[in-house]
Write a protein that binds this ligand. Structure first.
Ligand code: 4NP
Length: 163
């Protein structure tokens, strides 16, 4: 199978939630032996952390779950809208910012909220920004991503098989 389906996870700074989503999705896809047909990346709507590794608190929380996060932060570009099949954002502010940058109707339809893939967390309509939170904030984000990424893979599987 060729690498064909492309997922981009987006948050504000691209140092906490979206690089964690990238790492989590990579693991979910690898676990099902589908690593060769999905490409995964992440980006931020704010470019101030460009080039940085994920926040040490997120790297540490992820490492405790066996995930090594090595992404370097970058800002979303117009090209990303054409390049990726789905753009998955973490909260409503990300959604508005990404939607505003989206160049066409067709690219508008590529934008999804992570919460659409939750099977748990009925009280949450977004993935909360853990940047100003304590340790529990990072754990909650990882719990949400574990749930959402698993559902997302089930949803895109039919598209992978057509690739
Ligand atoms: P992220 O978290 O959007 O999950 O990467 C944040 C990281 C940095 C900032 C805000 C949120 N910041 O304001 O610098």
């Amino acid at each position: 199978m060729k690498k064909s389906y492309k997922l981009l996870f987006v948050c504000l700074g691209n140092i906490c939630r979206s690089p964690a989503a990238e790492g989590m999705m990579r693991r979910v896809v690898e676990r099902e032996g589908l690593a060769d047909c999905v490409e995964i990346d992440s980006a931020g709507t704010y470019g101030g952390h460009r080039g940085q590794l994920p926040d040490p608190r997120m790297r540490s929380a992820a490492a405790n779950r066996g995930l090594q996060l090595t992404h370097r932060a970058r800002k979303i570009t117009e090209e990303d809208f054409y390049d990726f099949d789905r753009i998955i954002v973490m909260d409503d502010m990300n959604y508005e910012n990404v939607f505003r940058l989206s160049p066409t109707r067709e690219t508008d339809n590529k934008i999804f909220r992570m919460r659409e893939f939750f099977t748990r967390f009925p009280e949450w309509s977004y993935v909360p920004d853990p940047y100003y939170e304590g340790h529990e904030g990072f754990e909650l984000v990882l719990d949400m991503l574990e749930d959402g990424c698993a559902t997302l893979l089930q949803e895109i599987k039919p598209d992978l098989q057509r690739a």
